[in-house]
Design a protein around this ligand. Structure first.
Ligand code: UD1
Length: 423
């Protein structure tokens, strides 16, 4: 297992390119199950989650080749049973359920367990696929969905759960509905940019989807889907994470290949906290630098276009070094505060209660051995380490490798002092 040693105090400078989006790549890769011809997907980040998805596709009968950021898929004899040993490694593998069901009439997938960011149910995914006519059986930790004799049939489905819409649930139903008979209307759909990117991909292989990016998505079922070349959108969470690195540990850095539209809520909080954020006219490059008089801030996570839960932990790291009081509330995953206990070991003053962290910032941090608990929590620990006095040893680095492409190399490129070592 690898760990990352971050030596605090270096001043970052220069520029880097932001990678393609992990969260857009995963459902788009899963959607190639639906295609009858080959697809070329570009800008797929080289992270372990996309690697797991590619392995799952290979086992399901999609021939996949990967070179650099380009993935070529060629669906051959698709089988409907996903291998447990691969599926269990990544919760997002649940998004193969919709395409498998639509393409083969059956999908057998292991149920994802809970994870450190809380209980993560899939009731809405199941509700949506049942509404299209699927029958559902659960046995031995597996879920088996079966389409009716004549195939899935379009329906009107409300995907709202108690914490708002579901992203991968919306994706699953949208993918299944592309090959259903008639029209499907998804109400209370997730509006995330990754849902739009998936719909763009599906439309380019022949689907008829309108309304992606709004709360109502309409899908007219078609007979078959073909193949295409697609470029995945920029990773707004990686972009946001490096924006925070820019205000925490630099005199100014530039991030290229971003998309301003998708970073608005992050930009707003950084500006409110007194920092400098300057996008170019095209909105695809941003300069970030620390402000002269930073102040505490307030965040409430919400479904897009609200503030993303996937940026909450990284902003907690910023709050810890910012004078004044910051309040961070996570309404999407209220249990997602594991990083706080680790940051306290570095000297952070933070109280977590009932889905909310109150942070008294501005105290110096000191390097310590800390443990990554999930993907974004590990990014927060790296950010804290950049500003701490001495060395921070972050173990369980596999969490960060799930979703940040070559993070140590990008940090080195910016002048950070980091080293990846074997534990
Ligand atoms: C996706 C993202 C993840 C992000 C999350 C919320 C990917 C691969 N992952 O995960 O990085 O943190 O969106 O923005 O894109 N819920 C239910 N029932 C369900 C499904 C979800 O109650 O059937 C609840 C969840 O517990 C949570 C909320 O809905 O409170 C949103 O979760 P959801 O949007 O489904 O997250 P994912 O799509 O799994």
């Amino acid at each position: 297992m690898d760990k990352l040693i971050v030596t605090g105090g270096a001043t970052l400078k220069g520029s880097i390119n932001i990678s393609g989006s992990k969260n857009a790549s995963l459902p788009i890769l899963a959607a190639t199950i639906l295609a009858e011809d080959s697809c070329i997907i570009r800008r797929v980040p080289d992270v372990s989650d996309t690697n797991y998805m590619i392995q799952i596709l290979n086992k399901l009968g999609v021939h996949v080749e990967r070179s650099s950021g380009t993935v070529r898929t060629n669906p051959e004899n698709i089988i409907s049973e996903a291998p447990y040993d691969l599926v269990r490694k990544m919760r997002a593998s649940i998004c193969i359920m919709g395409p498998l069901l639509a393409r083969t009439g059956r999908a057998k997938v292991s149920l994802p367990g809970g994870c450190v960011i809380g209980d993560r149910p899939i009731d809405l995914h199941i509700k949506g696929l049942e509404a299209l006519g699927a029958t559902v059986e659960m046995e031995g930790g597996d879920i088996t969905l079966t389409a009716p004799e004549g195939g899935l049939v379009g329906a009107t489905i409300n995907m709202r759960g108690k914490s708002g819409p579901t992203v991968l649930g919306t994706d699953n139903v949208m993918m299944a509905a592309t090959l259903a008979k008639g029209t499907t209307v998804i109400e209370s759909a997730a509006c995330e940019p990754e849902v739009i990117d998936l719909a763009d991909f599906l439309n380019s292989i022949g689907a008829k989807i309108t309304g992606a990016g709004t709360r109502t998505i309409t899908i007219e079922g078609v007979e078959r889907l073909g193949g295409i070349e697609h470029h995945v959108i920029a990773d707004r969470i990686e972009g946001g994470t490096f924006m925070i690195a820019g205000v925490m540990a630099s005199e100014g850095i530039t991030l290229n290949r971003v998309s301003r539209n998708e970073l608005k809520s992050v930009e707003k909080v950084l500006l409110d906290a007194g920092h400098i954020v300057e996008f170019n006219e095209a909105g695809d490059s941003v300069y970030v630098a620390p402000g002269k008089d930073p102040k505490g801030f307030q965040i409430i996570t919400e479904p897009y276009p609200g503030f993303p839960t996937d940026m909450q932990a990284q902003f907690s790291a910023l709050a810890v070094i910012t004078p004044g009081i910051s309040v961070i509330e996570d309404t999407v995953f209220p249990q997602r505060f594991m990083h706080c206990a680790e940051m306290k070991r570095m000297g952070a003053d933070m109280q977590v209660d009932n889905g909310q962290a109150v942070i008294k910032g501005g105290k110096p941090l000191s390097g310590a051995p800390v443990m990554a608990s999930d993907l974004r929590a590990s990014a927060a620990l790296v950010l804290a380490g950049l500003c701490a006095d001495g060395d921070t040893h972050i173990s369980r680095l596999y969490h960060i490798d799930r979703g940040y492409e070559h993070i140590d190399e990008k940090l080195l490129q910016l002048g950070a002092k980091v080293a990846r070592v074997r534990e």
